[in-house]
Design a protein around this ligand. Sequence first.
Ligand SMILES: [Zn+2]
Length: 177
Amino acid sequence: MASIGHVIVGLAGARLLTTPKSSLRERLGLAAGLSALSLFPDADVIAFALRIPYEAEWGHRGASHSLLLALLLGIACGLMLARGRGHGQRLRVLIVAALVAISHGLLDALTDGGLGVALLWPWSHERIFFPLRPLPVAPIGLRLLGPRGLSVIAHELLYFLPLLLWTLWPAAKSPRR
Ligand SMILES: [Zn+2]
């Protein structure tokens, strides 16, 4: 994926947690925090610069894309974003953050190229793809800005457009009492 989909998932998570009473600062904090969380596993592309092979345990889409690390990262990020909230809201933030983090590996397993995702690390090092793989895989690095990369971005935008529209749609105002 070209990251656009991951960002949209993060923004949708923020929208789920936003209420009409949320301040602009709170909205921006949630949107930035959850988008970064959703993208974070792809920081593992640094493995290429470190000459760690793609197929290695800590290579791209390896352990960093596992469900276990996503869950731990989601909970850690959720705890930060939930500071200062009531008990019920805290739990909601934790659950949404965990789901956003987990979504990354699951979406990558729906892509049509590269290596699969080590979703079950550390119990299994198998690189997994789902049987259905509708999402085009994005070229890595600057090649993303080439014709193929731009075509992937366009496809991804199309796939995630409904979620993006829902995310950007103004929230209904709560009825006056
Ligand atoms: Zn990824």
